[in-house]
Design a binder for this molecule. Sequence first.
Ligand code: NAD
Length: 478
Amino acid sequence: MKRLLIDGRLVETEKTFPSLNPATGEVLDHAPDATAADAEAAVAAARRAFDTTSWATDTARRLRCLRQLHRALTDHQEELRDLTIAEVGAPRMLTHGPQLDEPIKLVPYYTDLLEKYPLTEELGESEIRGQRHRRWVEKEAAGVVAAIIPYNYPNQLALAKLVPALAAGCTVVLKGAPDTPLTTLYLGELIAEHTDIPPGVVNVIVSSGVEAGEVLTKHPDVDMITFTGSTATGRRIMEAASATVKKVFLELGGKSAMIVLDDADFRAASMFAAFTICSHSGQGCALTSRLLVPREHHDEIVAMVAAGLERVSYGDPTDPKTFMGPLISERQRDKVDAMVQRAVAAGATLVTGGKRVDPGFFYTPTLLADVDPAGEIAQDEVFGPVLAVIPYDGEDDAVRIANDSIFGLSGAVHSADAQRAIAVARRIRTGTFSINGGNYFSQEVPFGGYKQSGVGRESGVAGLEEFLEIKSFAVVVP
Ligand code: NAD
């Protein structure tokens, strides 16, 4: 059985909870169930490591340890791939991209960045009442970081927090998601067994409930929270962290719109929309789940998207040809199905999909047409392979509908005229944008949301700076 990592030791717990294989519904293994006391112990270890070791100040040591981590990840990449497929239900194809191979590249990206990133900045001298003052800035680690992640891309989400936090000199308590505990614990094992990262610098816990997570968000010894998950949980975390005024970094939900302009290649855009919404069964925060189409071309585009969805191969995630795997749990499948049924009851047309497939937690690629932009299915995150088509009247109307959301994570636009598409993209209030299929997902590209999709940016230079404090100095020049 996998173990928690607390203060450099891999530990078991009295209570355990099952982790299921979502493609079969069977128990994959049991995970240790961290208590509030385990979370307290992890925070104490991280605090001690930050306050009493050279981790925060010894850049060479951090570089060496991070390179060992990269080596450990690449040496054990195939075991991690098999576990990710089995526990997350991620199709093998996706593990060659954002589920595994891409996130591993975050490690060399941040070691390279740390080597060249200027941690000090001279601001020159000022003169006040005849005295000269030299001023400068030093950037240093934010302190003890609690990193809390959801289930959908556990490797990406853990590494996009852990690696820049460690590069910055922080110590970390990482909490994995209850649906995918084993994948996150495996990372802890690699750290404990294959790196010289000192005890307490990285602690990894998982739990079936919210108690252990709540300890992290309220604890006075935690300086910063980096959280990815739903907007509802993000609000609770922000509130919990307010008592001790923690630095709070949030990556939350999305309801991103893809706008098909009237001059676009409808077939290509429809195919793109169909495959995008089925990527990891729609369990992606930045996927475009609303498709905005010119009203006069609505039926034609709906037919093309439906044809695209028919071509999505779903099933066994271990099969290299499978494009779409299962949803994570029966609970998630119930939620998705209930939202589809309510959308139909509210007047949307179910064009295709809307079916459960057993065994496992599969849900067929689903298309809803003639969707009311104010309705639940157009406003709330589904987190399933469900695309809502909304007709618009003119470019301004498309922009208005796209922005009519509490979320602001991502978006897309398709047009024969790239300049026209870029002009539309600039009018949408989101943190990332894809133009004519452009791919922004990569280590060096900042990722995050506007509005209720979050606060801050992950990846890229901005992703390192989230974990740095800025200290300003001044000394009188003799
Ligand atoms: P969730 O919000 O239910 O849970 C996320 C994590 O928070 C889990 O580890 C959970 O145990 C923990 N948690 C729950 N309540 C807590 C509390 N009160 N205190 C501390 N921790 C608590 O999210 P989920 O269902 O696992 O994941 C899906 C959500 O994640 C979607 O909304 C999706 O959009 C979002 N997401 C966002 C991004 C992004 O980068 N913006 C990326 C991936 C997923």
